[in-house]
Design a protein around this ligand. Sequence first.
Ligand SMILES: [Zn+2]
Length: 416
Amino acid sequence: MARLPGTPVATEPYRLVGATLLDGTLGDPVPDAEIEVDHGRIVYAGPRRRRDLAGVRVIDVAGGHLMPGFVDAHVHLSMSTWDPVETQRAWFPEEHVVAALGNLRSTVDAGVTTARDLSGLTPGYRSRIAAGDVVGPRLHLAIAMLSPTGGHADPVLANGSLPLWAERATTPGWAVVDTVDEVVKAVRALVRTGADVVKVCASGGMSSPHDDPSDRGLPEEHVAAIVAEMGGRQGQPVAAHAQNDEGARAAVLGGVASIEHGYELSDQTIALMLDRGTVLVPTLSTLLRRGAGEDDPASARRTNARESIRRAIAAGVPVALGTDAGIHVHGRNLTEIGHLVRAGLSPLAAVHAGTLAGARLLRLDDQLGSLQAGKLADFTVTAVDPLARPDALAEPDAIRLVAQGGRVMKDLDALG
Ligand SMILES: [Zn+2]
């Protein structure tokens, strides 16, 4: 069982009534619905009950849409888009911490109550959120990512020096591995530090010093060694950064739970993913973000990438929502919902990708991801109908109410 990242819970019972309920499954929306919350858990979810429950407070959210708290399966909360990177180089360590705290808060304000940080964030944040000292999503952490020497995770510059971010890291932000022994040792060290998930670079990527997306990453044999190592440990999944098809195929054959990006998937690799149940996390918010304009040299790559994701979705590959926020701006995570709809998911399926499918990928779906009796009361109430206007969810003001374990974390209408 995967580790459940905690948050404090509300102890007082209450009922939330009147909203249209989209429960995170692919079931039909329920108009004029009700959920009842007690000790942080849902004890009832369904049509509004026409009876009073003595002593249970009623919160009226008529006109809103009630959904589970969203799961963003791919973020980098230690990376900030607040200031240009050159300015950030001059930051003191505490400025990085303050920036990360702001990123955590804006992620919750965007309706994301659980997030998977795929390298960069350290376990202290997870602990402080669990203790209630800091507002932030429940966190699953990769801590660092694995690549070969000179690959996507290797920050060492040609002259052997390190960039500043790598020098100031309190835990290793990367792990360079070239043999099976090194792979196993790196994975064990990450688990010791507190990793919930291992992120492997199965291809090259952008903005690393020595490679690009067409380059190779770790081979299938090394991916399989990671999957075998993690298989015996609380069932933690392995996520593969894979931008080219060869890397994605090696990762799928090696047994990863998810392909992150998947910008150049061949039909054969898509068939393999269907066969193995491999989840795709398309990170379209980063691919299609403003500033990376259609006229830039990467635009042919963008067009191909959108087409790759459309084909995977049309074939029926399971999708979980992930934004790569940290490159995409924090706090607008639900931008991805509109992108997923344009890539071929129905709006209801896009909400499902951002809720129950994400929780399933994190192996937390027995606790999170849908609004059903017995689960933790992580929920959002939006002012817009996500089925009619999926793009409007991107605006933080559209997200009116957010709760974790029944505890209200954002409340624009002063209902709580
Ligand atoms: Zn990423």
